[in-house]
Write a protein that binds this ligand. Sequence first.
Ligand SMILES: [Zn+2]
Length: 234
Amino acid sequence: MDINMDDWKMVDSTCATCNIKTEVLNYLHKNHPESVRCDDCLKKYEQEQEVDSEIEKMQGKNEEWKVICPPLYRETKIAHEQFPLAKWKELSKREFSERSLILTGKTGTGKTRLMFEYLKKLYFTKNVIPTIIWVGDLSLHVLDSLKDTKAYSKLEDSWKTCSLLFIDDIFAEKCSDRVEDVLFRIIDTRTRNMLPIFATTQREGESVIEMFQNKERAKAIVRRLREFSDGIRI
Ligand SMILES: [Zn+2]
């Protein structure tokens, strides 16, 4: 292709938006007169473009959030009488850091809902993308590991290294020795690497230890979580 030096000259042209005279590159004047803009119109155009790309980004985030957050927790009404509003006021001020977070409370107190509101805030304001484990699924994943060791070890690695791990109802059920071990490895690795774990639980202290087959491992888990977590009781 020939390079035509004339293309790079500034020439008199007409703003296609407001029709005033303006100087532009000859190339633009000749080939795309419909895109000629005076300084003012160009500024306005660029601002509009910026707003459009912000809107697009926001729409993209909304779509991604739908994948992260289950429908049940997506449409939380903060004004709803069952929503723990006072706790939300406390939690929403919390800065995201390497510290873990445990929300403790009985079933039906809105722990998971509260956690998802906080996760949503972190996602939309700090771009923190949580990885979520539902404890019931954990046992299934560990069972699957017998079928496909490679896929499972990739999954476990992601639990150990993701920027934020949320485990819902962490001590909800008695687990097999293998699952307990996985839970311990995740907590151990993450706390060593100063990566936060968020969890909800109905149990604390002794009643956590009761749930475990291996009491020493249970004590180690409780110790780790106590040391590295902020706790909110609902
Ligand atoms: Zn103009």
